[in-house]
Design a protein around this ligand. Structure first.
Ligand code: LLP
Length: 449
């Protein structure tokens, strides 16, 4: 039985209820998981994860065989998910030596790794070159020179892409908009996107071609996220492929690889369901082909970088309900045992979430409340103004779509131990990350009495 048909689109596809109305994920009763592992607890549904990966892979490769779907690991990374991505044949986008170390630790195929970032350190570049990372996505002139030196010292000819900021507005939150003119990321094209002579993007092409230890393979851009519309991808492809053609004409540049980045939306709330992977694939590939044909360019290897759209729906956060504060005529606050230390997104981006009671999954809504976190600031609100059944202390609140950018952005604010993760599948629950302990948090505190 479905837990709550209204919330089905934001819950993992395995969501169901027991006969006593408990939320079931991956065949596991979530109230039993909470009892065994404590709360806050993050549950990842393996079937949902693999299903979502399969949809993206099929949507793109069935239309354009030479596509590599690359998981943007900043959305959420742990050794278990890196191993799962490798098993599914995906590539991986890393943005730090730390993410690269996780990939290396599970023997992730390094040829399928892309290394991004607007200020990679020399040490990080060295680690990437030595690990044999397939493509380093060079973001700026400082990095271009630094990497040429690092690759030379290692005796490697490093394959690179150039990150271009194509000046396209994806119409999303300002803090997650990356491909406009005023952004810290990438080489600037002319303000009108035309790639006029002498622009930084053109200079970067010339400099990369002249770098003895670099092999310029192609171009990359990323517009922002989440992007609900197709038009930004279509415009970006038009601009990027147009630029590639100009660079061919002026400098003999060859576009072997092309990436329009990630940013595909995920379902967070029942009233904002994102386009299907098929729609994104159709728009991205269709507009790319039109531009390639217009410019007389061969079809490059394509990579796309979904993070959120793969991880978000697979994760559900479980919290225990505690204190209540009623302010008559104003608002009722109900506090849970997690909050901004494990999910900063509402505070940072005004992100909206849904919630349901895991121990009374189909109870009807009775009151409008605001779900507050337990951390010491007023901004620590998980969900403002949501209709829910009457909440009692000890109730278990499930927050769907918590798989992306929650744990990867988690902190120890107020010295909160970061939550554990349980991977569920077909009735089996596997602890893949244990809850942090106070000792874990003090491990690096080397002060001695
Ligand atoms: N590729 C590049 C180069 C990126 O910078 C990003 C995300 C992605 C791919 C993946 O985007 P996705 O498919 O996950 O939307 N913390 C914010 C999101 C920051 C995204 C940063 N870059 C949030 O919680 O909404």
């Amino acid at each position: 039985m479905m837990a709550d048909l209204d919330l089905a689109p934001v819950l993992p596809r395995t969501a169901a209820t027991t006969s006593d109305d408990h939320l079931v994920l991956g065949g596991c009763d979530t109230t039993a998981l909470a009892k065994e592992f404590g709360t806050p607890l993050y549950v990842f549904d393996e079937e949902e994860l693999r299903g979502g990966i399969g949809e993206y892979r099929w949507a793109f490769t069935s239309r354009y065989e030479n596509t590599l779907v690359v998981y943007a690991s900043k959305a959420y990374l742990g050794r278990w998910i890196a191993a799962l991505m490798a098993e599914e044949g995906l590539g991986m986008d890393v943005v730090s030596g730390g993410e690269l170390a996780v990939a290396k630790s599970v023997n992730f195929p390094m040829g399928k790794v892309l290394f991004h970032g607007n200020n990679k350190s020399e040490q990080e570049l060295r680690e990437a070159v030595e690990a044999g990372v397939g493509r380093i996505v060079v973001d700026n002139f400082h990095e271009l020179a630094l990497l040429d030196g690092v690759a030379g010292a290692a005796g490697v000819k490093q394959r690179v892409l150039l990150r271009i900021s194509p000046n396209v507005d994806p119409h999303t939150h300002a803090k997650t908009t990356t491909g406009i003119l005023d952004t810290k990321f990438g080489f600037v094209l002319e303000a009108d996107g035309s790639g006029g002579e002498g622009d930084p993007a053109e200079q970067a092409i010339v400099q990369a071609q002249a770098s003895k230890n670099l092999e310029l393979m192609g171009l990359h851009c990323h517009l922002g996220s989440p992007i609900f519309e197709m038009e930004p991808y279509e415009v970006a492809n038009d601009v990027m492929i147009g630029f590639a053609a100009k660079m061919r004409d002026r400098h003999g540049f060859e576009l072997h690889d092309y990436s329009p980045g990630g940013g595909f939306a995920a379902p967070y709330t029942r009233d904002q369901i994102p386009p299907a992977p098929d729609e994104y694939a159709e728009a991205v590939i269709g507009s790319m082909r039109i531009a390639l044909e217009r410019e007389g360019l061969d079809e490059p290897a394509l990579s796309v970088e979904p993070g959120r759209s793969i991880a978000a729906r697979a994760g559900v956060a479980l919290y225990t309900v505690g204190a209540r504060k009623e302010i008559p005529g104003v608002r009722t606050y109900v506090s849970v045992d997690g909050g901004m230390a494990d999910n900063i997104r509402p505070a940072m981006y005004e992100a909206r979430y849904e919630a349901l009671l895991a121990n009374r999954a189909t109870d009807a809504a009775e009151e409008n409340v605001t779900i507050a976190g337990k951390y010491c600031e007023s901004g620590d609100v998980l969900i403002r103004d949501i209709d829910l059944p009457k909440l009692e202390p000890g109730d278990l609140l499930a927050v769907p779509a918590s798989g992306a950018y929650c744990l990867s952005m988690a902190s120890n604010y107020n010295h909160a131990p970061r939550p554990p993760i349980v991977l569920v599948r077909e009735g089996n629950a596997r602890l893949v990350r244990r809850r942090e302990t106070y000792e874990d948090m003090m491990r690096n505190d080397v002060w001695q009495e």
